[in-house]
Design a binder for this molecule. Sequence first.
Ligand code: TYM
Length: 334
Amino acid sequence: MPADHRPILLSGIQPSGELMIGHYLGALKNWVGLQADHDCLFMLVDLHAITVRQDPAELRRRCLDFLALYVACGIDPSHSTVFVQSHVPTHAELAWVLNCFTYMGELGRMTQFKEKSQKQELNVSAGLFNYPVLMAADILLYQSHLVPVGEDQKQHLELTRDIAMRFNNLYGETFRVPECFIPPVGARIMSLQDPTSKMSKSDPNPRSYVALLDPPDLVRSKIKKAVTDSGTEVVFGNDRPAVSNLMTIYSSLTGHGFPAIEERYQGKGYADFKADLAEIVVEFLRPIQDRYHAIRSDKSELTAILKRGAEAALARSRPTVAKVYKKLGFIAAS
Ligand code: TYM
């Protein structure tokens, strides 16, 4: 790749569960929007995915499914570096080092760890606890300027910044301290079945989310059966979490602001609004699904993208590890 002076942008998604509309609106949409003006690295974070048990055959298949979806959503692998985390050994190497500069107290305060460990209770792995340190390594390895994520990852980004500053204070300027990009609308899409909890691919009830590969009739039925608030008006507000969540999806996909949506549905009920939203989602997904099916069938092209991506990512991340090892006092291998 030629020398590039654009800011470095990095992000990733775990290839577990199904890629769904929350990922798209919170992350992927912004990756695509920021792609032209940034030097981008997009990952499939399989090392993170194994913090909960995965079926090996499914994990293998899903990595390629997710890659094809990245491309179908608009990620251009000829412009951006797209790779699988486990293909690039520097991630695990730097994560180990950063573990020695992260405190148990900091990791214990992570909301996502508290939530996930409560669900699992028995056999909470050290990997789940250390998860944010690997994420910090992902980001700091590439001297990233910007990390576009949904709201739930903000705390992990703050920890990454703290670790970077701590290391820099001890050893002199080593890591760039990254900025977080959180979209103004769509950073936290809520479950269609419970608007007080985040839409999640690991939700056991698939009616709580719309997957990017859901067929049109399933999308229509999921949106039709989404819970609503008491009352009938299509109005945005804290006292109406369910309709506000649906309005957020509507707004993110159409670009219409909340006042315009409220005006359009004045005097109409939830049913009209939901029927229109379902068609908006179906029409939004249609071209993505068409592209996905074409791309997914070309396994050799997908494998080639990942090979190129892993080579580029490894070459770019090696100097950071070398710098860190030198600062720590490790003697050079040659
Ligand atoms: P993950 O795989 O849980 O989610 C991927 C991205 O999707 C966003 N997201 C959402 N946004 C809005 N509403 C939702 N309901 C919703 N659910 C998920 C997430 O905020 C995230 O941006 N630790 C990360 C992956 C990761 C990473 C990184 C990200 C590993 N290393 C380095 C950035 C940089 C994760 O588990 O995301």
